[in-house]
Each structure stands twice: as C-alpha cells, then as structure tokens.
Design a protein around this ligand. Structure first.
Ligand code: FES
Length: 368
C-alpha cells in the first residue's frame, strides 16, 4: 500500500468528512474429504503446516479470521472470514489454497460474498449514536468466542411497503436487538452480487443470548417479511493452527499455558519506505494495524478508531505532539499509549510492539 503523505501541522477539519470505501466480505466454509484422515500422520501434519503458511501469507493482505464449525454443523468444518477492499484478493486466496496439497481434499461447502454499506434505515431508538451508521462501513471482528453467520432474504412484499412503514417495523426490530448488548452485529449486503440479500455475522461469547435474541425476533413484525434465513452457522473463534487441528491429524498448534499469549510478528516495509510523518497499514492476527513514523520512531496502534472504526492512518498526524486525529469525527489519540486524548473519543486504541531489523520495520502483538 502506498504511504499517505501527511503534514505535521494539525489541519483544520476538511469541509467534507472523509469516508472509507465499502469493504468486500467473504464467508468461505470448507469441508474436508474424509480420505485425508487416512493419510500418514507426518503427511497430515506437513499438509496442515503448508496450508497454514499460505493462509498466513494472505493475512498480510486482508483481514482474515479462521473459525471451526467442527461439532456445531455436519456439512462444513472450517470458516475463513475474509474482509478486504478488493474482491480480487478473494480469488487469489482461493486459487492459492487449491494449489496446496491439502487443498485437493478441501471442498467449498458454502460461500457468501457481500459488501458493507450504510443502512437505508435510521437507527434512532434507544439513544443510538449516529456513529453506528459509519461503523457499518467497516468490519472489525472482535475477540468474541463465537460468530453466528446468518444469510437471509426478505420477501418482495417487504420492498413494496413505504419507506415510512419499513422504518417503523425496523424500529421494533432494532429495539429488541438493543436488549442483548453482549451481541455485536456485523451487517453486510449481497443484492445482485450473490444469492442472498443480507449476510449477518453476530459475534458474542454467549450463545444463549443469541438463541434468545433470534427467538424474540420471531415475534416481531419484521419476521413476517423473511423469505429465507437458513442455513445458519455457529462458528468457534480459534487461532489458525487450532482451527486446522479440529480437522484431525496430529496437532500442529503450540500448546500454551493458561493465560499465556503467543507473540506474533509481521514485516511491514523497509524503513526507507516510511518517511517521518507518514503512516501505512498492515494486518496482524486479524487486525488492521496503523504504523506511524514519528521523527524516526516507529509506533503502531489499531488502525480502527475506538469511536466508529474510522481509519486512523488517514488522519492528521502531529509529530510534535505524537498524536493522530481521526478523519471521521476528529477524535485525537496519543500514538505512544493509544490513549484517547481529545474530541468525541472516550476509549483508547490498542498499541503494538515495533522493531527494526536489517532496515525492515516489523510490528508484533503486545504481550501483557
Ligand atoms: S470514528 Fe469517530 S472519531 Fe474516529
């Protein structure tokens, strides 16, 4: 990615708010041919490592989260949730996976292709912050243990209702959703680009809350207008090596003691390619990280603003203050600590380790 030029002078807020492009999203569910489980164990382990390495390589170019559906669904076993700004990367990843030895045993059981966009309805109940609308443009998966993938289609009668009537129905629907704060909703849209209309991904640590939410939504007016909302997928959030181990064969995941975190590093770019006052992004462990050169010091924070996921690397950098101002609503963050220091932002953003080795910039997970 090209580094963005920034100035050290805090700019006056631009006349028009800068908005990120929509993101493309793919939910690819795989099923493993049982013949693979009869291969020699050393071959199974080698194939899992090869597959893991290919996926990790793409993890630098897109946001990619692995989940297992082993034990929750019979017809698929592995989900790769992929988020990027160019759908062509999905094709490159799919092709690279097919070229691996294990790829010849993997079948795509389900595939859903969608995009983020603003809702046509106002989220206006329960004192909702208007920033929720902008959050919808950016998927930023949490660390929740489960994601429930929920593709659905509404009836054509729904679209014949007046906008005012639909808004009223959605108000009731949204009101019910707000009773379940443990559930985080990611809404994506598939009109015309895939078979469904909406692909929802609900993240939570509490499957019981999700069950209760869906049951309660069945009693709302909006449920009358659902044409199809199956299949449904209960997916367990795991590290990539752990997810591959659920498929069978000898374990390749490093065993970690309880509470122990694993350090993970990713190469960013040559130091010479990130001039002072510039920033760029890199993906690390399913997160988009913003990497900043502040007078020669390399600093890294989560690129998604804690307010509504604005892209901090596209903000205004102040090298003297070691801060960045979010381009969406001008919240300010300290680049060393990630602290929210001014404006609408209240919560800090995550910080990451950085190092320079052989004139190359690296970013790593921060161990607590
Ligand atoms: S997204 Fe609102 S201040 Fe960053």
């Amino acid at each position: 990615m090209r580094p963005r030029s920034t100035t050290d002078t805090p700019a006056a807020p631009p006349a028009g708010r800068q908005l990120s492009r929509r993101q493309y999203v793919r939910f690819a569910f795989y099923k493993l041919d049982p013949a693979w489980r009869r291969l020699p164990e050393d071959e199974q382990a080698a194939q899992k490592r090869e597959l893991s390495s290919v996926i990790q390589n793409f993890n630098r170019r897109m946001l990619l989260r692995p989940y297992s559906t082993v034990g929750t669904r019979a017809d698929c076993e592995l989900l790769l949730w992929q988020i990027t700004e160019s759908p062509l990367v999905f094709q490159e990843l799919a092709t690279a996976l097919l070229r691996t030895r294990m790829g010849s045993y993997l079948q795509i059981a389900y595939s859903y292709f969608s995009q983020t966009k603003r809702s046509v309805y106002e989220i206006r109940v329960g004192g909702a912050d208007s920033s929720e609308e902008e959050e919808r443009l950016v998927i930023d998966p949490s660390e929740a243990k489960y994601v429930f993938v929920y593709p659905f289609i509404k009836t054509r009668d729904w679209y014949q209702l007046s906008k005012h009537t639909r808004q009223g129905v959605m108000d009731e629907h949204i009101e019910v959703g707000k009773k379940y704060p443990s559930i985080r909703l990611n809404t994506t849209y598939s009109f015309g680009i895939d078979d469904y209309e909406f692909i929802l991904a609900f993240e939570t640590d509490e499957p019981a809350d999700f069950l209760d939410l869906v049951q309660e939504l069945r009693e709302t007016e909006s449920s009358r207008y659902t044409l199809q909302d199956t299949p449904l997928f209960t997916c367990v959030n795991l590290r990539l090596d752990e997810a591959l181990d659920t498929l069978g064969g000898p374990p390749i995941a490093e065993a970690l003691a309880a509470g122990e975190a694993r350090e993970s590093w990713v190469e960013v770019c040559p130091l010479a390619d990130l001039a002072p006052g510039q920033a760029r992004t890199v993906f690390l462990e399913g997160k988009m990280v913003g990497v900043f050169n502040i007078k020669g010091e390399i600093l890294a924070i989560n690129n998604r603003c804690s307010h509504a996921r604005g892209p901090l690397c596209e903000g205004t950098i102040n090298s003297d203050e070691c801060s960045v101002v979010c381009p969406w609503h001008y919240g300010k963050f300290d680049l060393r600590t990630g602290a929210a220091i001014d404006g609408v932002v209240k919560k800090p953003v995550e910080t990451f380790q950085t190092k320079i080795e052989n004139e190359m910039i690296w970013v790593g997970t921060k161990l607590l």
